[in-house]
Design a protein around this ligand. Structure first.
Ligand SMILES: C[S@@+](CC[C@H](N)C(=O)[O-])C[C@H]1O[C@@H](n2cnc3c(N)ncnc32)[C@H](O)[C@@H]1O
Length: 232
């Protein structure tokens, strides 16, 4: 029986089809733009890293390669179990089934927080931000990665799907919370069009997915994101 911690934001893409979401993760940012920008802002060598909403733990081995300790937090028990399987054998990585609003960690115990397309989408995530402020050490940095709907092919698709989405309101929210914005352009690069098609179908309603697929000649999509970051 799958258990979902209170306060979880329904995430049908990864909850229902984790194997397709895995294809998406593999296609995201083949140039390492996000990793490079985060490293420049706050390296995590020898540090304690917390990945909030870690899903199946795709990013845990990446942080574990140089961090002293990595903790993944994920409210969906099935995904948390998959994340544990992924990091089996990495003794300095642990995965906890919990939500951002109730981090199962002591005060002042982590140096770097990473949350990628998870819960921290703008207004409404204040309880999770209070938890980050509690668990992060002085000198620590929080990274929040989310869509920049104002530009790029993916951004245009996102706004076609959700015309009421208010990027300026989201930007004002993060500024009020003390976060700075690093706009980045990454890309999706799939092995073949069937992967692109499968991923479009977990991210958008079927009729939009078909329309967007027809717009792309090959296997790549330009994708604007915001790396929100704040030091504590
Ligand atoms: C789109 S997935 C991204 C997963 C992962 N960050 C990645 O990049 O592979 C969003 C994840 O956020 C998790 N999530 C939803 N609500 C959450 C909450 N309140 N606190 C922490 N994580 C949450 C979901 O269960 C899901 O695993």
């Amino acid at each position: 029986m799958v258990e979902i911690a209170p306060g979880a934001v329904p995430s049908p893409n990864i909850w229902n089809t984790p194997q397709v979401y895995e294809l998406e993760n593999k296609a995201v940012d083949p140039d390492g733009v996000l990793a490079g920008a985060m490293r420049e802002l706050r390296p995590w060598d020898g540090a304690t890293v917390l990945d909030v909403g870690c899903g199946t733990g795709f990013h845990l081995p990446f942080f574990a390669a140089s961090a002293a300790r990595v903790i993944g937090v994920e409210p969906h028990s099935g995904l948390a179990a998959a994340a544990r399987r992924r990091v089996a054998g990495l003794d300095h990585v642990t995965v906890r089934a919990s939500a951002a609003q109730a981090l199962p960690l002591p005060d002042s115990s982590v140096d770097v927080v990473h949350a990628r397309w998870a819960y921290f989408f703008g207004p409404g995530c204040e309880p999770g931000l209070r938890e980050i402020a509690r668990v992060i050490r002085r000198g620590g940095t929080a990274f929040i990665i989310d869509n920049d709907a104002t530009r790029s092919t993916f951004g245009r698709w996102f706004r076609t799907w959700l015309p009421a989405y208010d990027p300026e309101g989201v930007e004002r929210f993060w500024a009020r919370q003390g976060f700075s914005r690093r706009p980045l352009t990454i890309r999706w690069a799939f092995a073949d069009r069937s992967e692109l098609e499968a991923v479009l179908n977990i991210e958008f309603p079927a009729e939009l997915a078909a329309r967007f697929l027809a717009e792309v000649p090959g296997t790549e999509v330009d994708y604007a994101v915001n790396l929100w970051h704040r030091s504590y």
